[in-house]
Design a protein around this ligand. Sequence first.
Ligand code: KIV
Length: 250
Amino acid sequence: MKQRGEKITMLTAYDYPTAQMLDASGVHCLLVGDSLGMVVQGHDTTIPVTLEQMIYHGEIVARGAKRAMVIVDLPFPVGQINVTHTVKAAAKILKQTQCQAVKMEGGHQQADSIAALVDAGIPTIAHIGLRPQSVHAIGGYRVQRDADRLMKDALAAQSAGAFCVLMECVPSELAQQVTQSLNVPTIGIGAGPHCDGQVLVTNDLLGWNGGNVPKFVRKYAQLQQQAKEAIEGYCRDVQNGDFPAPKESF
Ligand code: KIV
């Protein structure tokens, strides 16, 4: 698709109905992101998410996807301990979830792990730029402007065998330079329009969350507001005695 100049679409999924809906909508890739720690579990960071939780969500998403590629995140600190630990954990994810690939945060410092994953037959995406699992080390969720570091991470990930590089929160021109320098596709989130594809958190674009969304999100719906109105209607009907009606009763 990169060679043909066709843009790649990726969205997050954490459950079966969302996976079915995204798959039927034609999204190319479903990412079971460790963002589920924030979106589904209500944590402030992705750090508390466990390997077992990623496997649980990965398995139900993969069951709902008949066509799209399913990618599961390696949670903290799976990619950071050592190469053997990383490969074992990623193999467990692939075996138990039936997903097709994993994503891990890191670039040149994780090149050995990426190479070992690829050698083990595990297709791997490298996540560079803003790496949410390192939020405390990098001092918050900030735009990453270090051009040398970004390029070094991207090239190291590609040389190690990553089939795709995901860039989070980097200036558009930097993301463009990286995209032009790589043979493998880039997927951006908050990385401007020049990446080979885009990813967003599905709940953000559907308005299916309580809080504020980052600047790079476009909201295509306000589902939480609609759902709230529907639930209020249900509560009203029950309290008025309007629900259930005879046609809803045996
Ligand atoms: O965990 C996640 O959902 C991600 C995306 C935000 C890219 O890594």
